[in-house]
Write a protein that binds this ligand. Structure first.
Ligand code: NAP
Length: 488
């Protein structure tokens, strides 16, 4: 339930239907899906609960729009993205409030995400006009080799609830820039931000059928006709490793291009020579951004044994002082977890660590309230084998464990099936570079707790995914190379 007139206004401004071929319409039978405020558990709004019929229609629209969109001048594609960037930036306060309502993060963090998401629109508006091919003389002479980069074709984009705007913009931006049409399926818990973004792109002049959006409560049934259709040429998924693996297998039969941004288990290494104040600041950002519900969230704090006591005390002081509450309230730094199962998982991991001998330096328990709150928690003395070190926590819990040598630190850091991001703190440049080279992750933060940047290639190795989003590589995921041999 919206409690203020601003909340009601931003909720009412969002289109609630499915977007197919440029028209907003209801789901079959006017089926609806309720969107909840995770800080109260109350219903905020209803959106279309679409099924296979709407999804098939959305793909039909994307397929129909593909040829004309592929030949639309790159400058026009870029300018649509630029106008959308400007509109998102102008409406940042409203979009941030909307995101906080459906997802729970504090408004200041939602504003940061809106800026981050908008940055993908701007970045790819600039990339649209820099799609290049090549021309060369065949090594033996006699012919010329021409290559051109062309859109891969209609894409299905599936996004998670934790960054409802940025994850959509990070896929829609390069798809538009490359000349691909698409069907977007946002997470069922946070469809409103994606619907608001779609409305902005439509206003910015995106032609009908280029972006189609379907929302629904049964993701398997909703995506099935799209995934099984040979006209689908690209799947870009952000979400859990289990679902990503399953979807990759699913589309393999049609040899669909896949991009997978999956789960993480980021190690946060603090060496004996680290600037401890900077390490604690970095830890607060790497752990508490999005209440720990981020694929990039620091999941294991590996601290040199000589500094672990002080690091733990200082981190506990910072986390223990953070204000927990509804993200719309002034001064709140930590919002609720997304839902009851999300909080139950965090409770299970903390209880398991405690049973194995870990101690809570702060927190360790849920916070009362109608929403799904959990106290910021620091766990010291977490032994190997504790589930909290192996599983993605997705909550405000910082487990600390120790190492004695650099080799041991690297071995512990790499002892996971995941490989999205790692963080390391040291004053020794040679060590920083040496360790960054051997960490098995797609990204490394050196003396900083955040790596995300629209101009950088985001992505993982091992079970954290395939492909990169953002940076110069981001548009590649939506392009394929054609080679033309010329007799000359
Ligand atoms: P999830 O359960 O895998 O869901 C992600 C998306 O997939 C949602 O839209 C979901 O729809 C959809 N989905 C679920 N089952 C499906 C199926 N059988 N067929 C088709 N679609 C299906 O993940 P989540 O809990 O929303 O998100 C958290 C996960 O995302 C974490 O593991 C996190 O690390 C990862 N993540 C990764 C990155 C990255 O860039 N590497 C970024 C953010 C998050 P419903 O909402 O309807 O279930």
């Amino acid at each position: 339930m919206a409690t203020t007139s601003d909340e009601r206004r931003v909720l009412e401004a969002v289109p609630r239907g499915v977007l197919v071929g440029g028209e907003w319409g209801p789901a079959a039978g006017s089926a609806e899906l309720a969107v909840e405020d995770p800080s109260t558990g109350e219903e905020l709004a209803r959106v279309a609960d679409a099924g296979a019929g709407e999804a098939r229609a959305a793909l039909d629209a994307a397929v129909a729009a593909q040829p004309a969109w592929a030949t639309t001048p790159p400058r026009e594609r870029g300018e649509i993205l630029r106008r959308a960037f400007e509109a998102v930036t102008e409406r940042a306060d409203d979009l941030a409030l909307l995101m906080t309502l459906e997802m729970g993060k504090p408004v200041a963090e939602s504003r940061a995400e809106i800026a981050y998401g908008a940055d993908f629109l701007r970045w790819f508006s600039e990339e649209a006009v820099r799609i290049r091919g090549s021309w060369s003389v065949a090594p033996a002479g006699g012919s010329r080799l021409l290559t051109m980069r062309q859109p891969v074709g209609p894409a299905l984009l599936i996004t998670p609830w934790n960054f409802p705007m940025a994850m959509a913009a990070r896929k829609i931006g390069p798809a538009i820039a490359a000349g691909c049409t698409m069907v977007l399926k946002p997470a069922e818990q946070t469809p409103l931000s994606a619907l608001a973004l779609a409305a902005i792109l439509t206003e910015a002049g995106l032609p009908r059928g280029v972006l189609n959006v379907v929302t629904g409560s049964d993701p398997a049934a909703l995506t099935q006709p799209v995934l099984d259709d040979p006209r689908l040429r690209k799947l870009s998924f952000t979400g859990s490793t289990a679902v990503g693996r399953m979807l990759s297998e699913r589309v393999a039969g049609n040899l669909v291009h896949v991009s997978m941004e999956l789960g993480g288990n980021a190690p946060f290494l603090v060496f004996a020579d680290a600037d401890l104040e900077a390490a604690v600041e970095g830890a607060v950002v790497a752990k508490m951004r999005n209440t720990g519900e981020a694929c990039t969230s620091a999941n294991r704090f590996l601290v040199h044994e000589a500094r672990a006591g002080e690091f733990g005390r200082r981190l506990a002081e910072r986390l223990g002082a953070m204000r927990v509450g509804r993200g719309t309230d002034a001064g709140v730094e930590v919002g609720p977890l997304i839902d009851a199962p999300g909080r139950a998982k965090v409770e299970r991991l903390v209880a398991d660590a405690a049973a194995r001998g870990a101690s809570a330096l702060t927190g360790g328990h849920r916070v009362d309230g109608p929403g799904y709150f959990f106290a910021p928690t620091v766990l010291a003395g977490v032994p190997a084998g504790a589930a909290v070190l192996d599983e993605e926590i997705f909550g405000p819990v910082a487990p600390i464990t120790t190492f004695a040598t650099e080799d041991e630190a690297v071995a512990l850091a790499n002892a996971t099936e995941y490989g999205l991001v790692s963080y390391l703190f040291t004053r020794d440049l040679a060590r920083a570079l040496r360790v960054a080279e051997v960490l098995e992750s797609g990204m490394v933060g050196i003396n900083r707790g955040m790596v995300s940047n629209a101009a950088a290639p985001f992505g993982g190795v091992k079970q954290s995914g395939l492909g990169r989003e953002g940076g110069a590589e981001g548009i590649d995921a939506y392009l394929q190379t054609k080679y033309v041999a010329i007799d000359a």
